[in-house]
Write a protein that binds this ligand. Sequence first.
Ligand SMILES: [Zn+2]
Length: 255
Amino acid sequence: MIDFHTHAPAWNSGGWLAGAAFAAADFLAFMDGAGIEQAVVLGHDGLFDPVPSANDDLAAFVAADPGRLHGFGTVQIRRPGAADEVERMLTVLGLRGLKIHPWLQGFSAHERALDDVCDTLRRHGGILLSHDGSPPYSTPAQIAALARRHPELPVVLGHGGLHDLWREALALTAETANLHLCLCGTPPYAARRILAEAPPGKVLFGTDAGLSDRPGQDYAVARVEEIAGWGITPAQRQAMLRDNPRRLLGGADDR
Ligand SMILES: [Zn+2]
């Protein structure tokens, strides 16, 4: 399976949102134990302080196994040179996408500073993943509006609307061609409805692994086990855990 939502260690920002410092080997061992072959690894420190060095640290972490770990860096979108840093992330550091967290990072997805950032991301074949489900910033509708301004850019709702906005996430994913939805922290009753009603090619899965203070990422293992209770069909499982993430991430890797 491909886990589309995990986090790098909290080297500098552990404690508040959870997370801890752990080695790449620990993370790969967790993946092996949970049956996760590949993972999208979002930053952690960069969500609180989006400086370029956070992207360097993330790149060093995923370099432990580039065939299995796909890093998504981050930038402060209002900072001069944000688009240049996106270009550096993708072309120099080998990262695969951009994670934005409008709530923690304090901006709105409607801000025009994002357009330059998204254009650069698209030009270099990157993917945009946004936190979502936390109003007033980070609602699925705001992210969908951004996706519609950049119809060639693959955009992922990182949390499927969470508890309050999953219906909105579901509706907008169905209506917006380049918008995808990651079931991650989405409650089980919502996951069941989303699986039943969303376009099958649009659904991804993520554990949010990396936010535990235990190297074994116990809650993430539980989230993998939770999938079985969603009434998922073999075809939906194949699409969500393998075909859809592979289509977005590209590559002919057989894992
Ligand atoms: Zn997360």
